[in-house]
Design a protein around this ligand. Structure first.
Ligand SMILES: *Cc1c(COP(=O)(O)O)cnc(C)c1O
Length: 397
């Protein structure tokens, strides 16, 4: 058997995977238009209006409000739907820290629930079990670009009169039952941070279908102004949380590539699943048939139980990395995040614990990630991934 690259053997691959970001003449042209307009800030409305309109329409939403980043987009969304300091917000454990910090920023309390083992998406049964008289909202995170079970979550939210927010930072362009994600709930937030599927370096967006809620969000992001008001008329507390025109220019150009990139990622993700699931020791995640479009921000797969229980996941990752494949370990679940638990204690005066065995197992034992840019490669790139994973896994037989 060929020896592993970590032991001095030759690696399966030495070529790089596709670079990110991808950009070209369109970004240049639109950026220069903004530059020469002299209207660079978020009140210029040179490209921002077009971006908000296109982004809303692309996701089947009525209204869009742009802002500085995906974290603040969540804070604005919560405040716009009426979440107050002290209110509880139910969030999944297997997500980026911002899903929790966006609430803690203003004293709303994240209540962390576990994810479903077959998807690593927020588990609706766990959501229902975590509802208390203090619960005000649920944040569904479309992790990896896969829409959460919006049908079930919407039923739960309606039944208990809760607001439903979609953290769609990883899911630009995804669809649930044929409908764009983002405004299936009361509000949906997006991030354009450098790693995301469309990126402007930084940036955020919030989608709505209710005009009043959208106007409230706009006001929060615009120093408490109202759309029809005077410059120094501040009707609410708000901040300058605006996106710049330069970001809007880049994003308009990036949106022009989105359909094609979504298709390519979907295709490569299918090829990966076909290849990886044929390897003894590897298991792939299924896909809810109601997911019409998966944004594939991450490709997640796992070591099967037999293998995961007798190997060290971090060793496996090092071995696959040495073969030239950039697999990563992924999140430490939020229920294990000391900063979050300390901050919850600070606001509530209570030491709270959350039981999330599925997330912990995913993090510590079995789940591996590939990032979205890897899915923009060729069939040959995908075959290299399968070959490398198989080569490493075989050594454990
Ligand atoms: C990236 C991300 C965010 C935060 O977005 P920023 O633009 O980095 O503030 C929030 N939630 C999830 C799930 C993310 O992946």
């Amino acid at each position: 058997m060929k020896s592993l690259a970590v032991n001095g053997g030759s690696p399966v691959r030495t070529k790089a995977f596709p670079d990110w970001p991808i950009f070209g003449q369109e970004e240049e042209k639109l950026l220069l238009e903004v530059l020469h307009s002299g209207k660079w800030g978020g009140t210029g409305r040179i490209k921002l209006q077009e971006l908000e309109d296109k982004f809303a329409a692309y996701h089947d939403a009525k209204y869009a409000v742009s802002c500085v980043n995906g974290t603040i987009a969540l804070t604005i969304a919560m405040q716009a739907v009426g979440v107050q300091p002290g209110d509880e917000v139910i969030i999944p454990s297997y997500t980026f820290i911002a899903t929790a910090t966006s609430a803690l920023l203003f004293g709303a309390i994240p209540v962390i629930v576990d994810v479903a083992p077959d998807s690593l998406l927020i588990d609706p049964d766990k959501v229902e079990a975590a509802i208390t008289p203090k619960t005000k909202a649920i944040i569904a995170v479309h992790i990896a670009g896969a829409p959460a079970n919006m049908s079930r979550l919407k039923e739960i939210a309606d039944k208990h009169k809760l607001k439903l927010i979609e953290d769609s930072a990883q899911a630009v362009g995804a669809k649930w039952e044929g409908r764009g994600i983002g405004a299936i709930g009361d509000a949906g937030t997006f991030s354009f941070q450098s790693s995301k599927n469309i990126n402007a370096g930084e940036g955020g967006m919030i989608l709505f279908n209710d005009e009043e809620v959208a106007d409230r969000a706009w006001s929060i992001a615009n120093v408490g102004r109202i759309r029809s008001g005077a410059w120094y008329q501040h009707e609410h507390i708000g901040w300058n949380l605006r996106m710049t025109e330069f970001q809007a220019a880049i994003l308009l150009a990036q949106m022009g590539r989105l359909d094609e990139q979504i298709k390519l990622r979907e295709n490569n993700s299918r090829l990966l699943t076909a290849g990886l699931s044929a390897i003894d020791g590897i298991e792939c995640f299924g896909r809810d048939p109601r997911i019409t479009v998966h944004a594939n921000h991450l490709y997640m797969f796992k070591l099967n139980k037999a293998l995961a229980d007798r190997v060290n996941k971090e060793d496996v990752i090092k071995q696959i990395n040495a073969e030239g494949i950039p697999v990563a370990s992924g999140y430490v679940p939020l229920n294990k995040n000391k900063a979050i638990l300390t901050e919850i204690e600070k606001w509530t005066g209570e030491k709270r614990e959350f039981s999330c065995p599925v997330s912990e197992r995913a993090s510590e034992k079995d789940v591996l990630w590939l990032h979205q840019n890897v899915l923009l490669g060729t069939e040959e790139d995908i075959q290299d991934i399968v070959t490398a994973v198989e080569k490493v896994v075989r050594t454990y037989e």
